[in-house]
Design a protein around this ligand. Structure first.
Ligand code: DX5
Ligand code: ZN
Length: 214
């Protein structure tokens, strides 16, 4: 297995067959399962909550990478942690200067903490927080929906983030990732790729996942 983490997003899956979808991603070579949580406030869309994460945990053996696109994430972290999340990433824009407390809250459950930034948020805004986190998630589309076009400009933030960190950290990219945009991400030293529509609309999950690595 390569060092690059591939985290398929279940946002594009058939939610009526969730167990089948998660299992075919796992057996197709996914390293993590990426779960997009949306509240209809922070983003205009509503998706799933902690009970669904708990159900996925029961049928899945790989890490669950939970991406909270919600206001007041601190209110829900306990629920998502106890549901079996391995990584919880929240949006800096939803908490701003409360970022250190939210990171500490996630870490108090012995799981990894991630900070995400939207396309219009400069990386400099999270400079003082990056070394507290285990993961930085760079959004390469506006959060809210799958199947959008990759915004190449966003991925350049990886250069700044690397210059801020003094430890091993995972830099993850999310949005519009396919076999072509994955090359751009890898060129910028991204360690983890989230991909929804590209993987789940392919005829062969295993080949689609592998195509992001090479
Ligand atoms: C967007 C989500 C993404 C999304 C990625 O708000 O955070 O994880 O599911 O989907 P694709 O790969 O289709 O852009
Ligand atoms: Zn996501």
């Amino acid at each position: 297995m390569s060092d690059l983490i591939i985290a398929p997003s279940i946002l594009s899956c058939d939610f009526g067959n969730l167990e089948y979808e998660v299992k075919r991603l796992e057996s197709g070579g996914a390293d993590w399962i990426h779960i997009d949580v949306m509240d209809g406030h922070f983003v205009p869309n509503i998706t799933i909550g902690a009970p669904v994460v708990k159900s996925i945990r029961k049928i899945c053996n790989i890490p669950l990478d939970v991406h909270l696109m919600i206001d007041n994430p601190e209110k829900y972290i306990k629920d998502f942690a106890l549901a079996g999340s391995d990584i919880i990433t929240f949006h800096y824009e939803a908490v701003k200067e409360k970022t250190p407390e939210v990171i500490n809250l996630i870490k108090s459950y012995n799981i990894k903490a991630g900070i995400s930034i939207k396309p219009n948020t400069p990386s400099s805004e999270i400079k003082s927080y990056v070394n507290m986190a285990d993961l930085i998630l760079i959004m390469t589309v506006e959060p809210g929906f799958g199947g959008q076009k990759f915004i190449e400009e966003c991925i350049k933030k990886a250069v700044d983030i690397k210059s801020y960190v003094n430890k091993n950290i995972i830099i993850e990219a999310d949005g519009g990732i396919n076999n072509e945009t994955a090359i751009v991400c890898r060129d910028f030293g991204i360690n983890a790729l989230v991909s929804g529509n590209y993987i789940l609309s392919s005829n062969n999950i295993e080949d689609a996942i592998e195509s992001l690595r090479v």
